[in-house]
Ligand binder design. Structure first.
Ligand code: UGA
Ligand code: MN
Length: 251
């Protein structure tokens, strides 16, 4: 069965570095289809070329986040949900281009996280919705589902523990068939902070149905790493003197 990896991405200084790292992880995974959705009014050359050169099976889409939902440079990072319309477009693409008879698992993999190859072995056998721990998230060393007798009975989490599904985007995968059978299930652009994952999962499963992976959710195989914004102080100073770096060299 296929693993569909859905990645929203947007232009910024570190974009290429993030996508190179992620693509070079995905190259080691068999039967993988990467759905990359740019948050932009057009497909960019940078992403197009990166995908073409990757030798991965991919689909390249784009949709711009509506202006009123987009974070401004001055806004704190958490003010607005990110990557929502992009993930929903990928869901639409899957519903239009795949049938109930197609087997597969859908995983929402942000461009900045760190993924162990072992994670993809765990994901592949997802029946409905599978879950596992995520490292370095929620103000903790890790968050994880709590498992008793092979069943998820709750969550180890500290931030907003009353969320219906207190899991990060990186901590679950959904069977393609379940998404095709529930055609209305999608991420809610208006979801309150922390409730984005729940907005999708609520219409797909109940807690008792969750399938624990990664040795009953005792192994961390994905990390919610976040890349520091590079400082461009010297670049800006040089630019003012007309000595900025060569714009033809892509970073
Ligand atoms: C956390 C979760 O890990 C995300 O999955 C979730 O979307 C986000 O919170 C949220 O609440 O919306 P965080 O690390 O803060 O993540 O988010 P980012 O990594 O900055 O963004 C998530 C994804 O959306 C990334 O793949 C990023 O490239 C993309 N994105 C971000 C856009 O497509 N457009 C943007 O304007 C910003
Ligand atoms: Mn992130």
């Amino acid at each position: 069965p296929m693993i569909y990896v859905v990645t929203p991405t947007y232009a910024r200084l570190v974009q290429k570095a993030e996508l190179v790292r992620l693509s070079q992880t995905l190259m080691h995974v068999k039967n993988l289809h990467w759905i990359v959705v740019e948050d932009s009014p057009l497909k960019t050359q940078l992403v197009s070329e990166l995908l073409a050169q990757s030798h991965l099976r991919f689909t390249h889409l784009h949709v711009e986040t509506p202006k009123e939902h987009k974070r401004k440079e001055s806004d704190p990072n958490w003010l607005k949900p990110r990557g929502v319309e992009q993930r929903n477009l990928a869901l639409q693409w899957l519903r239009e281009n795949r049938q109930l008879s197609d087997q597969g698992t859908v995983y929402f993999a942000d461009d900045d996280n760190t993924y162990s190859l072992q994670l993809f072995d765990e994901i592949r056998s997802t029946k409905r919705v599978s879950v596992w721990p995520v490292g370095l998230v929620g103000g903790l060393r890790f968050e994880r589902p709590l498992v008793e007798n092979g069943k998820v009975v709750g969550f180890y989490t500290a931030w907003k523990p009353n969320r219906p599904f207190p899991v990060d985007m990186a901590g679950f995968a959904v069977a393609l068939q379940l998404l095709l059978a529930n055609r209305e299930a999608r991420f809610d652009l208006l979801a309150e902070r922390g409730y984005l994952e729940s907005s999708l999962l609520q219409s797909l499963v109940s807690l008792e149905e969750l399938e624990p992976k990664a040795n009953n959710c005792t192994k961390v195989l994905v990390w919610h790493t976040r890349t520091e914004k590079p400082k461009m102080k010297q670049e800006e100073l040089l630019q003012k003197q007309g000595l900025g770096s060569d714009p033809n060299i892509e970073v």
